[in-house]
Design a protein around this ligand. Structure first.
Ligand SMILES: C[S@@+](CC[C@H](N)C(=O)[O-])C[C@H]1O[C@@H](n2cnc3c(N)ncnc32)[C@H](O)[C@@H]1O
Length: 263
């Protein structure tokens, strides 16, 4: 037979994560599109983000006026939405991932815009509350993202954030350990080089008129052990304690929300 034989397939199979998604370089933005079906699975790859979102929501103040706008920077799949129900905010999300934006809107975020945290498509001082949950440890230019969050915030408005500290303990727990625990952190989701220097963050926020107060955040250990054993239920995130791994920040932008009368 004179036909050409098929060349043997010597290419290494593409590495995959436990969910079957391709294993991409650390902090690659397409990971959130690969994992789009995981956002709302109670035992999915983002389970822990649900617990953190519940703790984040407790820092959101009641709206100080009708139609107050809460901007959810890097809203992901909209995990904050159920926790804002009934508060009265207009919940606007912004996210780089097109699939996350679609999922967030389907799960109760009033409007979602595709955009970059480092170039927020919103006017100066146009937002009553800015929430930046689990995003500052993912952006290559954190000072710019912080500047953007503060720029769009009205004087008197509140900035709420949570992120991962730039410490050896965070690298150990959030990367080495959490990536081995299903539901804690998908493989390669974090680049530890981007973890957040707390002192620098405080200085950056202060330079934009927001005096941030930080507190640590950790899972309830008893509930976490129960969850690891049974993979059911929720785990309360306990605020307070050291800020050396996961931490929250909240601060009000200087100035008053009262408008001065036009001359
Ligand atoms: C760890 S998830 C957090 C999602 C959500 N805030 C939560 O806590 O459930 C990070 C999110 O940031 C988004 N993201 C990453 N880089 C971004 C950027 N530069 N601008 C806007 N969104 C970004 C991703 O698409 C993803 O949805």
């Amino acid at each position: 037979m004179g036909g050409m034989a098929d060349a043997p397939n010597t290419a290494a199979p593409e590495a995959r994560t436990k969910t079957g998604a391709p294993l991409r370089p650390r902090n690659h933005p397409a990971q959130y599109d690969d994992l789009a079906d995981q956002w709302w699975k109670p035992r999915g790859a983002f389970a822990m983000l649900h617990w953190i979102a519940a703790a984040r929501a407790r820092l959101v103040p009641p709206p100080s006026r009708g139609e107050a706008v809460l901007l959810d920077v890097a809203c992901g799949g909209g995990l904050l939405a159920p926790h804002l129900d009934g508060l009265g905010y207009v919940h606007i999300g912004v996210d780089l991932s097109p699939t996350a934006a679609t999922v967030a809107h389907a799960h109760g975020v009033d409007a979602v815009v595709r955009g970059d945290a480092c170039r927020l498509p919103f006017a100066d001082a146009s937002v009553d509350v800015v929430v930046a949950g689990e995003i500052l440890e993912h952006v290559p230019d954190r000072p710019l993202a912080v500047a953007e969050c503060c720029r769009v915030l009205r004087p008197g408005g509140t900035l709420v954030l949570d992120t991962v500290a730039d410490t050896w303990l965070a690298r150990l727990l959030v990367v080495t350990v959490a990536e081995r625990i299903p539901g804690a952190a998908p493989r390669h989701i974090h680049d530890p080089a981007l973890f957040v220097d707390r002192r620098a963050l405080l200085v950056e926020c202060a330079s934009h008129g927001v005096r941030l107060r930080l507190n640590g955040l950790r899972p309830s250990l008893v509930q976490l052990l129960g969850w690891l054993a049974r993979r059911r239920g929720e785990v309360d995130m306990v605020p307070g304690g050291p800020t050396t791994v996961l931490f929250q920040g909240v601060g009000v932008k200087v100035g008053s929300m009262r408008r001065t009368a036009a001359p």
